[in-house]
Design a protein around this ligand. Structure first.
Ligand code: NAI
Ligand code: MG
Length: 354
């Protein structure tokens, strides 16, 4: 099997962590005769923008279309407004390729990585499925009477029948397949159109899945439970905005952004899917060689899972679980003194023995 991967290392620590992920892919290639990868790197991001006035080439989407997967570091850097770097690259790719599922595992690999008291690793193990194509991030709105006393801005949440049904259906399928409970997180008491609709669709689609046990929470209560009792969640489905915020809480309770990953999936495989760590470009530590590459490496595990290479996706996860016990081989965010590159090298050593 040959998998064609487009690399967008991006800004700040993006290139530093992507380099380690690519090292892992090369190692897999060496160990698995049946699997090979080709790479092409695209230099898009904020530096590109400062030089050329665009985040990515005008025909960028066409160029990416011929790949099986996109592996992205992070985009955004001081000097370029965040809404430009986000909309003109990351969101453009997610939308153009209809990557409407954002899969974010929230898993505690070691009890010492949670700031919560009395947590065993078994307590926090969920898969958050975030709607990734519309909702509050649809980009719909208006800026009226700019600068005038009657100034008003509107930001509209867009929840289509098609968009809402497909994400909820995907979540039910995932819960059924893995025999886990499914929790929907919404806010129908305050968002009296969009979330009332969301809840209705959740219930309707659920009629086709009588075998799946479901729960429904308001997002404010869910935020509380993410911290006070995260063990109650297994598979979680939620909107674009809520999923964005909840998964950062998820990262906080499981070891921080250095361990959090997310896959942007087009389940129909009509278009390439995109794999990336959840974190951004971390300007505060960029260039120091101390960024934690494990989130980016976890993305490689998600990529292998997506291409039905379950053995590799599990081996990568098992290797993350064992390397995090070796304090000497961790980056400073996890209490170690190792460099990004040293973590990558050690990772491959362990993976090669697995
Ligand atoms: P950030 O995720 O870059 O950093 C937040 C904090 O976490 C910083 O203290 C950073 O040092 C730390 N951190 C993040 N990743 C780490 C890693 N791998 N190892 C060790 N420490 C790590 O978020 P921030 O500062 O809000 O955003 C910086 C830039 O990144 C902005 O321009 C933002 O728009 C962009 N961004 C891009 C994302 C993407 O490309 N998907 C996602 C989030 C932010
Ligand atoms: Mg985010």
């Amino acid at each position: 099997k040959k998998i064609k991967i487009a690399l967008i290392p991006g800004d700040g620590i993006g290139p530093e962590v992507v380099e380690q992920g690519v090292k892992v892919l090369h190692a897999i290639e060496r160990m698995d005769q049946g699997l090979s990868f080709t790479f092409e790197t695209f230099p898009w991001g904020c530096e590109y923008y400062l030089e050329k006035g665009i985040m990515m080439d005008a025909n960028g989407i066409d160029l990416l279309q011929k790949f099986d997967a996109i592996y992205l570091g992070a985009v955004g850097y001081p000097g370029v407004p965040d809404h430009i770097s986000l909309w003109d690259l990351l969101l453009k790719i997610r939308k153009s390729f209809d990557q409407y599922v954002n899969l974010r595992p929230v898993t505690l690999l070691h009890p010492s990585f949670t700031p919560l008291k009395k947590r065993s690793e078994k307590d926090i193990d969920m898969l958050v499925i975030r709607e990734n194509s519309e909702g509050e991030y649809a980009g719909a709105g208006e800026w009226l009477f700019k600068g005038k006393p009657e100034e008003v801005v509107l930001q509209t949440g867009v929840f289509s029948r098609k968009g809402t049904e497909r994400i909820i259906r995907f979540a039910y399928e995932e819960a059924r397949k893995s025999q886990r409970t499914l929790t929907s997180i919404s806010k129908a008491n305050a968002l009296n159109y969009s979330m009332v609709f969301w809840d209705e669709v959740f219930e309707e689609v659920g009629k086709e899945y009588p075998d799946v046990t479901t729960f429904s929470y308001l997002v404010d209560a869910a935020s509380l439970y993410f911290v006070s009792d995260p063990g109650r969640f297994e598979v979680v489905v939620t909107s674009n905005l809520f999923g964005d915020i909840l998964t950062d809480i998820g990262a906080a309770i499981t070891g921080g952004l250095g361990l959090a990953t997310g896959a942007n999936i087009n389940p129909e495989r009509e278009f390439p899917s995109m794999f990336e760590p959840v974190h951004g470009s971390a300007p505060d530590i960029a260039g120091q060689g101390i960024a934690n590459p494990l989130a980016a490496i976890w993305s490689v595990s998600q990529m292998m899972d997506f291409f039905d290479e379950k053995e590799w996706s599990e081996k990568i996860l098992a290797t993350i679980s064992s390397i995090i016990l070796e304090t000497d081989n961790l980056t400073p965010d996890l209490g170690g003194k190792a460099t990004t590159n040293e973590v990558g090298d050690r990772f491959i050593e362990i993976l090669s023995r697995a």
